[in-house]
Design a protein around this ligand. Structure first.
Ligand code: GTR
Length: 334
């Protein structure tokens, strides 16, 4: 009796242990095989180049994971403005991923302030030589210190000022109320150019231009056009003060839960989606410029950019010190 009882206890113990073990293993397997849904927030409309990039990313992830990892893209800012969306991605809220302007990231990770420095890059090719370099990629990796996984940069052209008031020379900016992104360096830059900066979410700019709460704003041609700002602000001066790349981001805790194989799927898809976004950007920029022109916007090119650069010199002197090595490196790039 005693013996049969101990046999029973022993076999029960074994059964518990075995189930424990096998359920641990199957849990692990289930995690590898489980379906995951990732919510990705996009501020721009469904046909915008960054949204094309997001969707390409989603498509490639789905393909490579046999439908196991499903990225849902929410365009049009439906999940919130860029600041609140980044806060959610950072804290692991209901938004897992976003494509966002690196300017917005400055308040979450000061290193991203590099891109707000006025006239930092000569042109797109110098910018991309930096973004693709180890140092540029390191900045993406460093977002991990802010609980975010930077996966890729997207093209965003050059930003220039536009206004509902006359704007054909630097002196015209004097006293104008200009909407800016949430970025301390940009605020200083606009002040140095003689204007009054006002921080405001992107989605509010059209209404604010219409009501006269602001006189002006600044952006690349695709944003100026797709957000309809060009219908109210009919003066665009192409000073190209910043080239602020877009960034594709994921919550770090979510990233860390993926197996190395799945992380590779996600990273490879993000990297491959850059080409799609850039291609779409080139076409869209051309289309936007044509539309702006056809609408009768006064477009002024800037021949004496040195005058603008001179005006913002104190901003670069004050804020550039923390990025000295990176700036020196950028100057070595073609
Ligand atoms: C655009 C950028 C948006 C948003 C916007 C802004 O160029 O793509 O994500 O940051 O600028 O000015 O707020």
């Amino acid at each position: 009796m005693k013996r049969s009882l101990s046999v029973l206890i022993l076999s029960l113990l074994c059964a518990v242990l075995l189930t424990g073990c096998s359920s641990g293993a199957s849990k692990e397997k289930a995690r590898e095989g489980a379906k995951v849904t990732i919510r990705l927030a996009e501020a721009h409309p469904a046909d915008y180049p960054t949204t094309d990039g997001d969707r390409k990313f989603a498509e490639l992830v789905k393909q490579a994971s046999n439908g196991r990892i499903n990225v849902e893209v929410y365009p049009g800012g439906t999940l919130g403005d860029e600041n609140s969306v980044v806060s959610q991605v950072q804290s692991g809220g209901t938004v897992d991923m976003t494509r966002v302007s690196s300017a917005t990231l400055t308040s979450f990770n000061p290193q991203m302030g590099l891109f707000a420095l006025p006239y930092l890059f000569r042109d797109s090719s110098q910018e991309w030589a930096f973004l693709n370099s180890d140092k540029g990629q390191q900045l993406l990796k460093d977002l991990q210190t802010s609980n975010m996984m930077g996966l890729a940069y997207y093209e965003s052209g050059a930003r220039s000022f536009y206004s509902s008031k006359p704007l054909t020379k630097l002196a015209d900016l004097k006293g104008q109320k200009i909407r800016v992104q949430q970025s301390a360096i940009t605020l200083e830059m606009v002040t140095a150019l003689g204007a009054n900066p006002i921080v405001m979410p992107y989605g509010d700019v059209f209404g604010a231009l219409q009501t006269g709460t602001i006189d002006a704003a600044e952006n690349n041609a695709p944003s100026f056009e797709s957000a309809n700002h060009y219908t109210v602000a009919k003066n665009y001066i192409l000073d190209g003060h910043q080239r602020v790349p877009e960034v594709l981001l994921m919550n770090l805790a979510m990233w860390n839960k993926f197996s190395p194989a799945d992380q590779k799927i996600i990273q490879d898809a993000a990297t491959a989606s850059v080409a799609t976004e850039k291609e779409s950007w080139a076409k869209y920029e051309e289309k936007s410029n044509a539309k702006i022109k056809a609408a009768g916007v006064t477009i002024t090119s800037v021949d004496n950019v040195a005058e603008w650069q001179e005006a913002v010199k104190p901003v670069i002197e004050k804020n550039g010190a923390q990025f000295k090595d990176l700036i020196d490196y950028i100057h070595t790039l073609k």
